[in-house]
Design a protein around this ligand. Structure first.
Ligand SMILES: *[C@@H]1O[C@H](CO)[C@@H](O)[C@H](O)[C@H]1NC(C)=O
Ligand SMILES: *[C@@H]1O[C@H](CO)[C@@H](O)[C@H](O)[C@H]1NC(C)=O
Ligand SMILES: *[C@@H]1O[C@H](CO)[C@@H](O)[C@H](O)[C@H]1NC(C)=O
Length: 183
């Protein structure tokens, strides 16, 4: 490793160790692959306060029960265009709700999101479950979520592909900036 690179790396690492990075949602998109299955009622960022941005999603399920949910979760970093970065995993969502596993990278992020979401009950999701729509309310990114990984400053995209009852139904894209200063 050459010296400038090493210094750059140490700066990044130092920023992480000292919690000096700032993370911020910059955009959010929800794409529906199957409109007969799910309707997007809300998918947007909301300014909650100065510099505080919350992600809001409301997906109305039209076909119940939902017996299986698989999630393909991948992280992308923008260089010229978005390129895969660190994580790309497929999880059985129903299974992981029943058998939480913090060493699973999707679960690691999901655990942070869970307090802001009603998607915390196990499968099947059906008419007898009080909340059968999927809601995420005012989810604010937390720098601590990223303390375990190298997250150099830059623009990132999270892609969450949702397969339910064995077909691809929707995709959520969430965009985030990481900056180095805390001001
Ligand atoms: C993730 O892995 C799957 C196969 O396991 C592959 O088809 C897909 O293209 C990968 N996605 C990214 C972002 O690398
Ligand atoms: C699941 O979410 C609902 C609604 O947000 C909440 O009332 C309930 O306590 C949560 N349950 C668990 C196990 O987190
Ligand atoms: C999700 O990943 C699995 C395994 O890599 C693959 O079989 C499936 O087709 C993927 N789903 C989507 C919607 O890309």
């Amino acid at each position: 490793m050459n010296i400038p690179l090493m210094v750059a790396w140490m700066c990044v690492f130092g920023a992480l160790v000292h919690g000096l990075i700032t993370t911020r949602h910059t955009n959010m998109k929800c794409e529906v692959q199957d409109e007969s299955f799910v309707e997007v009622k809300e998918c947007r960022l909301k300014v909650l306060g100065r510099g505080i941005i919350g992600a809001n999603v409301y997906l109305k399920l039209k076909v119940l029960p939902v017996k299986t949910v698989q999630v393909n979760f991948s992280v992308w970093k923008k260089l010229s265009g978005y390129h895969p970065y660190l994580f790309n995993t497929t999880v059985n969502f129903c299974h992981i709700l029943k058998h939480p596993n913090p060493s699973n990278i999707f679960f690691y992020f999901y655990r942070e999101i869970r307090p802001y979401s009603n998607a915390n009950h196990s499968c099947p999701i059906n008419f007898f479950t009080q909340q059968h729509d999927i809601i995420l309310k005012n989810f604010v990114l937390n720098e601590k979520m990223f303390s375990l990984f190298p997250v150099p400053t830059g623009n990132y995209m999270f892609a969450i592909k949702i397969m339910a009852n064995d077909a691809w139904r929707a995709t959520i894209f969430s965009y985030m900036d990481v900056t180095g200063d805390k001001s």
